[in-house]
Design a protein around this ligand. Structure first.
Ligand SMILES: C[S@@+](CC[C@H](N)C(=O)[O-])C[C@H]1O[C@@H](n2cnc3c(N)ncnc32)[C@H](O)[C@@H]1O
Length: 283
């Protein structure tokens, strides 16, 4: 589905060889090794020393910020530049490690605990000969904050949100941060608003920003939960359906993350059926 070739100013990158429809599973990969969090450098070098010679060579072929380093320093450099969070561990996945970053990614990375592997799914239709990019950072941050975090990887992001549409993107993302905090606080305090205003605005901004992956699914979940709280089960079901579609697209239908979304929708549908049944009996 894709090929790994040099990308100007980005080292190697993964480019589609044909159109990849949204929701397609692009990659499944089991970790070369995993280090439990909280990790130390000693855990990483010990895990490396337990690899076979061929595996060590594969590891050492991955990107390093300071390739001139030697010994443990090089092992740690490679780990810091390439490792992904996989549940409660951090793992090295030689194939997943070739995906470059965009703040507006076209693919989504996930840990599938049932399969014991990571997955990468297309979250939009990716045309042929297009670089497939994942997001290394959390979405609710302005460009300055992302730049600071990404500097740890030694590069300056040139995605549309960082270069082309910076002002509008920063306004949207700053607002998303406020809404996210408001939604979290509301969840804890069970505020009774008229309708899921913050979560609906968050979902709208995410779509405007082109962030159609996991964060959008979570926003839909918040909308559905809020509608349920306001006894609008019909609306809750509508948003839970949207959440399930995003969740399946990002994680795949075999993911435990999708199980919980499916269960949530099932529960809402049962409640709605019961509610409609009661209303019918009353009339
Ligand atoms: C996990 S590796 C990705 C694959 C890497 N390009 C390679 O050649 O193997 C992470 C490194 O890739 C580079 N990189 C990733 N995304 C980038 C981007 N958007 N722009 C420039 N460099 C990027 C940075 O050097 C970063 O430290």
């Amino acid at each position: 589905m894709y090929t790994v070739i040099p990308s100007l100013g980005e080292g190697l990158g993964c480019f589609s060889t044909a159109t990849i429809p949204a929701g397609t599973r692009i990659l499944t990969e089991t970790p070369l090794f995993m280090v439990r969090e909280p990790r130390t450098n000693a855990c990483v070098t010990t895990a490396f020393s337990h690899l076979t010679i061929a595996q060590q060579a594969q590891y050492l072929s991955l990107y390093a910020q300071s390739p001139e380093s030697r010994g443990d320093a090089l092992v740690i450099d490679i780990f810091n530049s390439n490792a992904w969070q996989t549940g409660s561990s951090t793992s090295i996945l030689p194939r997943a490690a070739r995906f470059n970053h965009s703040c507006v990614p076209n693919a989504s990375f996930a840990w599938n605990s049932r399969l014991g592997c990571v997955t990468v799914h297309a979250i939009v239709n990716i045309p042929a000969n297009t670089q497939i990019k994942l997001c290394y950072e959390l979405p609710y941050q302005t460009s300055a904050s992302r730049r600071k975090k990404l500097s740890a990887y030694g590069f300056l992001c040139t995605c549309p949100a960082c270069v082309v549409d910076v002002v509008a993107s920063d306004i949207r993302r700053a607002r998303m941060m406020v809404l996210d905090i408001r939604i979290r606080a509301g969840r804890r305090q069970r505020w009774q608003s008229q309708f899921p205003k913050s979560a609906l605005e968050l979902a709208r901004l995410l779509k405007e920003e082109g962030l159609v992956g996991e964060a959008l699914g979570l926003a839909y979940h918040e909308v559905a939960t809020a509608w349920k709280r306001h006894a609008r089960l019909d609306m809750a079901v509508r948003y839970a359906v949207l959440e399930l579609a995003v969740s399946a697209m990002c994680f795949g239908t075999d993911s435990p993350c999708v199980d919980s979304t499916r269960a949530f929708l099932k529960e809402l549908r049962a409640e709605l059926e019961e509610f409609d049944g009661r209303k019918l009996a009353e009339t």
